[in-house]
Design a protein around this ligand. Structure first.
Ligand SMILES: Nc1ncnc2c1ncn2[C@@H]1O[C@H](COP(=O)(O)OP(=O)(O)OP(=O)(O)O)[C@@H](O)[C@H]1O
Ligand SMILES: [Mg+2]
Length: 309
């Protein structure tokens, strides 16, 4: 009974997913459990296997092996039922050139045999001014918003958004974030693929960092930063002689290059020690900044070093 309760709260349950293209192991053993109403973000470098994973969940690609349940449905066997409950923005979304946002939504409503919600969706995504402009004449951000409207036209319980904000300016991205927050408040499940780490940190309840077809780290951004991060950072500009000053303080790690120091430390007490030592040194320093490690710092630690090889 307890297991059944658990399953009913799961929007996605995938076990042992594998998918190869010739010699390329695009997805190499992925398990996922995503709760209903959760925003779950897939992160990882180009070619990591995110889109392949997402498209298997959507029922667009067939896994070589493994099992998938989306809202209790098998994406291959129950594809018709799943299509009614899912909304998809594929990576690099594009659409029929001469169709306006209004017409596109009306068209999708006919395909899904659902009421036409174009007015509501166009208002929600701030497309009112361009609702009668043809697709090719829309800006990148407006095109992505049309994608979002189409994904929402069947009032889906679960949304798969594969890089919905790639290439958009900071404000257009934040507009899409607002829509995603609204969708979350409506208890929809959202699987969000993104290369913007701060976007995942901002929106996602949990994230998975994928590399080489495998999950390298999974959890809330906070958990991942805590588990894989090194603590806090102090950045300061100063002369090389300060290296000696920092090296005298136990339990901190100092890196130096081109007049810039990065110190990694764990305890807030170290801040006091470092600032006192800087003052006492009589050496020149400026631009002191203290920050917690971000998801991006951890991501680059986990993946970035490999990329440089
Ligand atoms: N249809 C296909 N045929 C052959 N190889 C493919 C196919 N689809 C994906 N691949 C390969 O599988 C690997 C994973 O691709 P995938 O698109 O899943 O990566 P991704 O994590 O989404 O990358 P990106 O961040 O660039 O979108 C890549 O090496 C890619 O070249
Ligand atoms: Mg992709």
């Amino acid at each position: 009974m307890q297991d059944q309760d658990k399953n009913e709260t799961l929007a996605v349950e995938a076990k042992g997913l594998f998918k190869s293209y010739g010699k390329i192991k695009a997805v190499n053993g992925i398990d996922l459990k995503i709760r209903k109403g959760e925003v779950f973000s897939l992160l990882g470098p180009n070619g990591a296997g995110k889109t392949t994973t997402v498209e298997m969940l959507e029922g667009i690609r067939t896994p070589d092996s493994g099992s998938i349940k989306i809202l209790g449905l098998d994406p291959i066997k129950n594809v018709q039922d799943l299509r009614r409950k899912e909304g998809i923005i594929p990576q690099g979304f594009n659409f029929i050139e001469k169709i306006t946002p209004k017409e596109a939504i009306a068209y999708y409503s006919t395909l899904f045999n659902v009421p036409n919600r174009s007015e509501e969706l166009i208002k929600m995504t701030n497309l009112t001014n361009v609702s009668n402009v043809i697709f090719t004449d829309l800006s990148g951000g407006q095109k992505q918003k049309v994608g979002l409207c189409l994904a929402l036209s069947n009032d889906p319980e679960i949304l798969f958004l594969d890089e919905p904000t790639t290439g958009l300016d900071p404000q257009a991205r934040r507009n899409i974030w607002e829509v995603i927050r609204k969708l979350k408040s409506e208890k929809r499940t959202i699987i969000l693929t993104t290369h913007y780490l701060e976007e995942a940190e901002e929106l996602a309840d949990r994230v998975a960092i994928v590399d080489n077809g495998k999950i390298m780290a999974e959890g809330t951004p906070h958990e991942i930063i805590k588990e894989y991060g090194n603590g806090m950072r102090l950045n300061v500009d100063g002369e090389a002689g300060l290296l000696k000053v920092f090296r005298k303080i136990k339990g901190i790690k100092t890196k130096y290059g081109s007049g810039k120091f990065t110190v990694i430390f764990n305890s807030e007490k170290d801040i006091v020690k470092m600032v006192r030592a800087l003052e006492k040194s009589g050496k020149k320093w400026s631009n002191l900044k203290i920050s917690n490690e971000t998801l991006e710092d951890v991501f680059l630690d986990l993946i970035g070093t490999k990329e440089k090889d």
